[in-house]
Design a protein around this ligand. Structure first.
Ligand code: NAD
Length: 300
């Protein structure tokens, strides 16, 4: 069993670390919030006094909010890359910009440290259940070394290419998800205006060419998919502000690479409005009541 240092024990990181503990690994946790570390310790983990203690482990996993936190933890004063032992395996599962992921990976490679970027899909429930999907960028040997640990926390682990390609897959997938959720919500809003019953439209669209995950697994109107956040007053799930963060990463990536993503840019504008209207903490499928009401209807 391995000695694993885990940095970032928030909504996602804590349940991921708990699954590593349950699998018998020795997990040493670090977070700016004492409360989060205490929960790990309560479940049998160990508290790291600082990043120095994390640097003494064999494997480091980070699950941090954004690129600047990842840069600070790996490259800052007392940063992990300068201080870990040779051959320590580094796994960053945060959703961050591709450029930062590649910069950190290049610094790790200079020291001969195996590193992967391994962002996730599946949300807090997937983290708790150990059913996350990992999109992994990095060299083959680093992927092979990371996979057994990712398998403990996830149900699917996909090697998407070299350094930064895990983040690239994550950002592109979530841009597509935002666009499809807006499309499904617009279709339901128009269908209602035309006098169609929600369930009847679902029965047609979910088995026709409009079918997609946003329709059949995460339907933004209450009723047709009982497990979707629409049935729980749009409690997340995946919050609007988290989606907005990913859409901004997609916009920046599109600008940097001169990719033509007009729908992605529009999705970012629409989700910015949604957040400014007070839906930032609601599930991102709350775009439906927002669009329906701003089209002149009521939210029912
Ligand atoms: P969170 O804010 O709940 O947790 C982040 C944790 O990192 C916090 O506990 C914070 O105290 C800690 N932290 C910040 N800077 C630190 C530092 N320098 N040293 C130590 N700890 C530090 O966020 P989350 O929801 O767990 O998300 C983490 C990452 O996973 C993000 O990049 C997010 O985009 C991604 N993600 C989240 C979800 C989701 O549904 N929540 C789904 C997929 C991906």
């Amino acid at each position: 069993m391995a000695k694993i240092g885990f940095v970032g024990l928030g909504h996602m990181g804590l349940p991921m670390a708990l699954n590593l503990l349950k699998a018998g690994h020795d997990v040493i946790g670090h977070d700016l919030s004492e409360k989060q570390v205490d929960q790990l310790v309560g479940a049998g983990g160990t508290k790291a006094g600082s990043l120095d203690d994390i640097a003494k482990t064999e494997i480091v996993i980070t699950m941090l909010p954004a690129g600047r936190h990842v840069s600070e933890v790996y490259l800052g004063d007392n940063g992990l890359i300068a201080n870990v032992a040779p051959r320590t395996l580094l796994i960053d599962s945060s959703t961050i910009d591709v450029e930062t992921a590649r910069t950190v990976a290049a610094k790790a490679a200079e020291r001969g440290l195996p590193m992967v970027d391994a962002p996730v899909s599946g949300g807090v429930s997937g983290a708790e259940a150990g059913t996350l999907t990992f999109m992994v960028g990095g060299p083959d040997d680093a992927f092979d070394a990371a996979k057994p640990f990712l398998d403990v926390m996830g149900a699917k682990v996909i090697h998407t290419g070299g350094a930064g390609n895990g983040e690239a897959a994550k950002i592109c997938n979530n841009m597509l998800l935002a666009i499809s959720m807006i499309g499904v919500s617009e279709a339901f809003a128009l269908a209602r205006k035309l006098g169609l019953d929600d369930q009847k439209f679902f029965d047609v669209a979910s088995t026709s060419s409009g079918q997609c995950w946003s329709m059949t697994s995460y339907c933004p109107v209450p009723g047709p998919v009982p497990t979707s956040p629409a049935n729980k007053d749009y409690e997340p799930g995946f919050a609007t502000d988290m989606m907005l963060k990913d859409l901004r990463l997609a916009k920046d990536a599109a600008m940097a690479t001169k990719a033509n993503t007009p729908s992605g840019r529009l999705a970012e504008e629409i989700y910015t409005k949604l957040s400014n209207e007070g839906y930032g903490g609601k599930d991102f499928s709350s775009i439906f009541p927002y669009l329906f009401s701003s089209l002149g209807g009521s939210d029912r």
